[in-house]
Design a binder for this molecule. Structure first.
Ligand SMILES: *[C@@H]1O[C@H](CO)[C@@H](O)[C@H](O)[C@H]1NC(C)=O
Ligand SMILES: *[C@@H]1O[C@H](CO)[C@@H](O)[C@H](O)[C@H]1NC(C)=O
Ligand SMILES: *[C@@H]1O[C@H](CO)[C@@H](O)[C@H](O)[C@H]1NC(C)=O
Ligand SMILES: *[C@@H]1O[C@H](CO)[C@@H](O)[C@H](O)[C@H]1NC(C)=O
Ligand SMILES: [Zn+2]
Length: 270
């Protein structure tokens, strides 16, 4: 099992980390997929050209993520929040460097909405934040990726600010980053707890919208819930994350339902 995860993680490091560990795409496709990144011709402006078949939505989709989270996506009452429940991991969990992010696998959790119950597949990090909140970006963002029995994906996101004391498990994870500096590196974390994170999520309102994976193939129908209130890490933890993540945020997409920004350019360049 451990061996299987290592192999899978190495192969899919070249692929979308957003749905890594889910059943959305068969393994063979992951092997064939070209490498994506965040700069130059492997960067977000050119993801469509890396594979025009699989990545069509990156340039043509009209419900793409991330977006600026303005008041129109706000659920002011915390009672509109889905139930976000993560189990402590007293023996730690797998922590891997996918080249495009660092990701925790093997932790257990559920997301319960009115319609369905989804299971935690993995969670991973971006720097800087991918979503902005009323125009404001943050130093980091974490994405908890859940999959339902019908294979649909839901992501719970938190933007992360610098200051105060570390929200667990962020501080604990930061201490393991020195063990996974490069693509393909894997380690086991120290024990992880999620109580403070769960309480934080329950306490505040959320932004909710239907969007996409923020990495190729930019698949749509992803149900996003982002807490209105940032988590916190201290400077030391932030620097440890920044050192490994470097820059891994997709640019802000157009308002849902409106034309894809790349499609708009293609329509006007002659
Ligand atoms: C695009 O992806 C599909 C499906 O994985 C694959 O069959 C095809 O060869 C890829 N095309 C290119 C140009 O890489
Ligand atoms: C998640 O649950 C499975 C099945 O109960 C268990 O084997 C595994 O150790 C749990 N993961 C963690 C990180 O505790
Ligand atoms: C949940 O179910 C209700 C009623 O069946 C439906 O109107 C709504 O669109 C569903 N919501 C989601 C997110 O699937
Ligand atoms: C990380 O991976 C590199 C190869 O990419 C390897 O040389 C190095 O030993 C690994 N480091 C750790 C801490 O596993
Ligand atoms: Zn993500």
């Amino acid at each position: 099992m451990a061996r299987f995860i290592v192999i899978l993680s190495l192969l899919s490091g070249a692929f979308a980390h957003e749905h890594h560990g889910t059943t959305l795409f068969p393994r063979a496709e992951q092997i064939a997929a070209p490498k994506f990144g965040y700069h130059g011709l492997t960067g977000p402006l050119n993801w469509f050209n890396l594979n025009q078949t699989t990545n069509e939505l990156c340039a043509k989709g009209t419900h793409q993520s991330p977006i600026d989270l303005s008041q129109s996506f706000l659920m002011t009452s915390a009672s509109a929040n889905p139930q976000f429940a993560l189990s402590a991991a007293p023996r730690g969990a797998d922590f891997i460097n996918l080249g495009t992010t660092v990701e925790v696998m093997g932790a257990n959790g559920t997301l319960v909405t009115k319609n369905k119950t989804s299971k935690l597949a993995q969670f991973h990090f971006h720097s800087p934040s991918e979503h902005s909140i009323n125009g404001v970006f943050y130093p980091m963002e974490v994405h908890f990726v859940f999959q339902a029995p019908d294979a649909s994906l839901s992501v719970v996101g938190f933007v992360i600010d610098i200051g105060g004391s570390n929200f667990e498990p962020l501080g604990t994870l930061a201490t393991s980053l020195k063990d996974i500096p490069r693509h393909g590196n894997e380690t086991t974390t120290k024990p992880l707890t999620f109580d403070r994170l769960e309480r934080h999520f329950k306490q505040y309102g959320t932004y909710q919208y239907s969007g996409s994976l923020t990495t190729p193939p930019c698949s749509e129908g992803v149900s996003w819930t982002v807490s209105t209130k940032p988590l916190q890490v201290d400077f030391k933890a932030f620097n440890a994350f920044k050192e490994v993540l470097k820059f891994n945020a997709r640019y802000t997409q157009n308002t849902p339902d409106d034309v894809n920004l790349l499609q708009n350019i293609a329509n006007t360049l002659h």
